[in-house]
Design a protein around this ligand. Sequence first.
Ligand code: PLP
Length: 409
Amino acid sequence: MSTENLFDPDLFNASVMNTYGRFDIALEKGKGCRVWDTNGKEYLDFVAGIATCTLGHAHPALVETVTKQIQKLHHVSNLYYIPEQGALANWLTDHSCLDKVFFCNSGAEANEAAIKLIRKYAHTVLDFLEKPVILTAKASFHGRTLATVTATGQPKYQKDFEPLMEGFYYIPYNDIEAVDNAIADIDEGNQRVAAVMIEPLQGEGGVRPGNPEYFSHLRKICDENQILLVFDEVQVGMGRSGKLWGYEHLGVEPDILTSAKGLGGGIPIGAMLCKDFCDVLSPGTHASTFGGNPFACAVGLTVCETLEKDNLLENVEQRGEQLRSKLTGIISKYPDIFEEVRGWGLINGLEIKEESKITSIEIVNQAIIEGLLLVPAGPKVLRFLPPLIVSEAEINEAVDKLDKALSKF
Ligand SMILES: *Cc1c(COP(=O)(O)O)cnc(C)c1O
């Protein structure tokens, strides 16, 4: 049955909370890097569920795993050993600098787990710490729960949700002096910096890559002061950057890493990974009913193995270079609109000039008309996040569609 006659936005809005500024289309099916709306119109999907559908839509390997696992066993409690969870954890620790994994269902939950781990480490290992403080960056994004929205260094996400959590302090991103000053300022009485929680590349904050010099300084100052270094790789991790993890671009290792979005290829899963020395969560101190269930973990493992088997990291690097080079051409063609293109692999941002009156959302709306899905990263940056399987021809097609959209301004 077609949903064409069933879909009614007014009926939708009558019952669904108004928490999203929705674009005026309803998507009903997908294949590879393409999706179709309820009117049968086709789009190239350069949003991929916001950096989530790693293998695109209806990928045969995902379809096979989902089908097999739901028939075998989809959910049991963490009161029992779950072999699929162990297999995914083994893969992740074999392919990263981290040693242990806790599974949950989303990026915010992975960061919540990291925040709890930081506090427990501060209280039990650095037992003189009454008030551990976590430094996070301005323009960061860490999630929407009360603790993670507090960690998020953007007042627009925090407004009207006060009182926020205690124990967070914001520093400008990529600013070496500011982090030194913050650590010194906070070290007073019963409070001290216990962790720095930061994105290797800021996604929502405008696709801003970390500076390797800044990150190597962070690593050094954290080592010198017994401060945990936590990388939020929810958006940039799992191959999106052209390397499996964003930290590989920066030449430093985190003590704790969080992953989610791309990890399940669109099936909800989150993970918080840590090194052995800070693995302090004991039975009863943290849990998740759904976290790490057989279904989500079997899917996650399929995503990981497909990345490896199909050599997708190489594709991400090549397609990323191709995309940035094509977008550089777009900047030359529309010099009054665009400032620069930046990013790693297949997470890229095209920045609109401050003085241009055009906003990212207006371009996204025009691109939708041309059959291309893009997502803003703030009012002045267009974000490109295609599935990691995207082809050379699809990159060219997307930029052609963007060009057509831009010619309307
Ligand atoms: C999306 C995102 C989150 C939040 O993930 P959810 O699954 O929406 O809770 C956290 N950190 C970063 C860097 C993200 O991009």
